[in-house]
Design a protein around this ligand. Structure first.
Ligand code: G3P
Length: 227
């Protein structure tokens, strides 16, 4: 499985037009440049049809935005782990708030990813779901209050107690899982606050993917983490 040095900045491209097709390749290259300049881990999650072309273009980890449990064969329309691996993926988001899954399928997807060596980030919408996800032992959990996603209002300012409280609850059931937080993360100060609240990195999207100057935004995000 790919080793992700912490802290990590994970950039979800969602379905933003500015981060689609050849623009996904350009954005991933910008993320790679900033990661190499700064020494800070940056992971990109383009749309699934863009994974192959992005993987060919960059050396930083490329993640899927989703994985379905299921095996090669009669699974029309499923996002298959084996195909993600062949496309150059080294990990996947699971259960993003914009692509929720049932608990049993989340577990199947984590186990399937494990057998394929894919790193798993399970996204969670509240403390109880975070604890349930932690019990399934993914590689990482990304705590993201849905009401703040895409608002530009940082979870670290709007709901700091949700992050620190969730970290404490997760640690009761899982001492080792990596914990990220997200929703509205836009600046280096937000990243610093995330780490102070107990997270080991951030998952973000709009601040970078929708920016006219994504390199500048990303440099601002990693600046306090410079090694
Ligand atoms: O997956 C990242 C996410 O849902 C947060 O989005 O736009 O608030 O950074 P955003």
């Amino acid at each position: 499985m790919v080793k992700i040095d912490l802290p990590v900045v994970a950039v979800n491209f969602k379905t933003y037009p500015q981060a689609t097709g050849e623009r996904a390749v350009a954005l991933a290259k910008t993320c790679e440049t900033v990661s190499k300049e700064s020494g800070v881990s940056v992971v990109v999650a383009p749309q699934i049809p863009d994974i192959y072309r992005v993987s060919l273009a960059v050396d930083i980890p490329v993640f899927s935005q989703h994985l379905d449990p299921g095996d090669p064969g009669r699974y029309t329309g499923h996002v298959l782990g084996e195909t993600l691996v062949e496309s150059g993926c080294s990990g996947t988001l699971i259960n993003h708030s914009e692509k929720r899954m049932q608990l049993a399928d989340i577990e199947d997807a984590i186990r399937k990813a494990e057998t394929l060596g894919l790193y798993t980030i399970v996204c969670t919408n509240n403390p109880l779901v975070s604890v349930a996800a932690a019990a399934l032992n993914p590689s990482a959990i990304a705590v993201e209050p849905p009401e703040l996603i895409g608002t530009g209002i940082s979870v670290t300012q709007a709901q700091p107690e949700v992050i620190s409280g969730t970290v404490d609850q997760i640690r009761v059931v899982n001492e080792n899982v990596t914990i990220l937080c997200g929703a509205g993360i836009s600046t280096g100060d937000d990243v610093v606050a995330s780490i102070r609240l107990g997270a080991q990195g951030v998952l973000l999207a709009s601040a970078v993917a929708k920016s006219d100057k994504p390199g500048d935004v990303l440099r601002g995000l990693v600046e306090p983490l410079l090694k």
